[in-house]
Design a protein around this ligand. Structure first.
Ligand code: SF4
Length: 429
């Protein structure tokens, strides 16, 4: 089901009637008991969409949900919404339509008060798959941190393109002022905004407090293993202690914690205990990223995975996550770059988060999540549609759309986009 959902997200082939709500971005402000909530509704080409509240949480919506949400944000009465639904969607009883309205209302309440859960709800909801979203843009962008003169125009362009979620990639010893200002600007625009880095570089109460005040929605940090020696060998001396302290602070301050777990031989040995520890200590989400190679000698030397090992590794990882009831995503596998040490590559991390994402470099180049590191165009110089329709993204979508699941390891979520043993589907160096 997850595979179908992901493939449908990228499908651009289906001929469909015009959606009930035209594709694009809609903005609204609502007041209840003196509290204001800012909404942005992004509608895809097929009428499905995403509703974002207060630049802090978002939920995916079916085409029916989009129409209901739009009408609710426009302040329409339930009877008027029922008439709109009846006009656009045939065959539903009044009771079903009223139940749908109640469900969207409940979802809106949930994203208004998200607590410390991961800020994007129901991203993996298979129930949305029959509608086959045709995205107008990815849902998330990862941007290496740069000075405000560079980051601000990029954030503006991303927001104009309809990309609602940005993750700033913090370098070693990040400039706190740059980071806080980037988050502030993203929040001012209405974006969901997160930071990704090593705990060593983020574990600073002053910085975290400033980021919280600026409105940061999640902190993603490396957590390789519950065994300090295994973790520190990849993430740097003392980083495990910093990660433990950071996770405790995030839990105490109700800020969403995403643990990025790099998968290599050593971290696979401690995987079950690591996942259980993360969940027990309050991590809200785990992002798995495997480091892989086609070079058997390099795999042996670095203790990483050869391509053929990946289905078995993925099976072990997903079993561990399911057993611990962990919410997780897969980042596209990263091809090992022998030009840098394994630790340096792990610390740099994946190209971007998941498959409905892009990487945007500080100079504006836009890179797809998988395949060769190739720019699809420059965000500062080209309209978004030209970038999204560039051959680089078309080739990427073709791979994601092509059937990948087979019966060798049934039920794996990782092959939603591509078989993990296929080098063409890795984030290549
Ligand atoms: S595509 Fe087939 S071999 Fe590859 S991971 Fe999925 S089920 Fe396993």
């Amino acid at each position: 089901m997850a595979m179908e959902w992901l493939k449908n997200l990228f499908s651009v082939k289906r001929a469909a009637p015009p959606p009930a709500v035209a594709p694009g971005i809609y903005h609204a402000m609502q007041e209840a008991e003196g509290l204001y909530t800012r909404f942005h509704l992004r509608v895809e080409r097929d009428g499905s969409g995403m509703l974002i509240a207060n630049a802090a949480a978002a939920a995916r919506l079916s085409p029916t949900g989009v129409l209901i949400a739009k009408d609710l944000l426009d302040g329409k009465h339930e009877d008027a919404i029922l008439r709109d639904l009846a006009a656009h969607f045939r065959g539903a009883s009044e009771a079903m339509m009223r139940a749908d309205i109640a469900q969207v209302n409940a979802l809106i309440q949930q994203i208004i008060t998200p607590g410390d859960t991961y800020p994007v709800y129901n991203l993996d909801d298979a129930a949305l798959s029959p509608y086959g979203a045709q995205l107008i843009a990815p849902l998330q962008a990862s941007l290496p941190l740069a000075e405000p003169e560079k980051i601000v125009p990029l954030l503006d362009k991303l927001w104009d393109a309809g990309i609602p979620h940005v993750t700033l990639l913090a370098p070693p010893a990040p400039d706190a002022d740059h980071l806080v200002r980037a988050i502030e600007h993203a929040e001012d625009l209405g974006m969901i905004a997160g930071v990704r880095g090593r705990a060593t570089d983020l574990w600073n109460v002053e910085l975290l407090t400033a980021l919280t005040q600026a409105g940061v929605d999640h902190i993603t940090f490396l957590y390789a293993s519950n065994a300090p020696a295994v973790h520190d060998a990849l993430c740097g001396a003392g980083d495990h202690a910093a990660a433990v302290a950071l996770l405790a602070w995030l839990e105490a301050n109700q800020l969403c914690a995403v643990a990025e777990l790099p998968l290599v031989q050593t971290t696979l040995f401690t995987l079950n205990a690591t996942v259980r520890t993360l969940i027990a200590q309050g991590a809200d989400n785990i992002a798995f990223v495997a480091y892989v190679t086609t070079d058997a000698a390099l795999a042996e030397q670095d203790g990483i995975f050869a391509a053929d090992a990946m289905p078995q590794v993925a099976t072990m990882v997903e079993e561990a996550a399911h057993e611990a009831q962990a919410r997780f995503i897969w980042d596209p596998p990263v091809q090992r770059d022998p030009a840098q040490s394994l630790a340096a590559q792990v610390q740099r991390g994946p190209r971007c988060s998941g498959d409905v994402a892009v990487r945007v470099e500080p100079d504006g180049r836009v890179i797809p999540p998988r395949g060769p590191y190739q720019s699809a165009g420059n965000l500062l110089e080209m309209p978004w549609n030209a970038i999204w329709d560039h051959a680089v993204f078309r080739r990427y979508r073709e791979r994601v759309e092509a059937p990948t699941h087979c019966d060798r390891c049934p039920g794996l979520a990782i092959c939603a986009a591509d078989c993990p043993r296929e080098p063409a589907g890795w984030a290549q160096v």
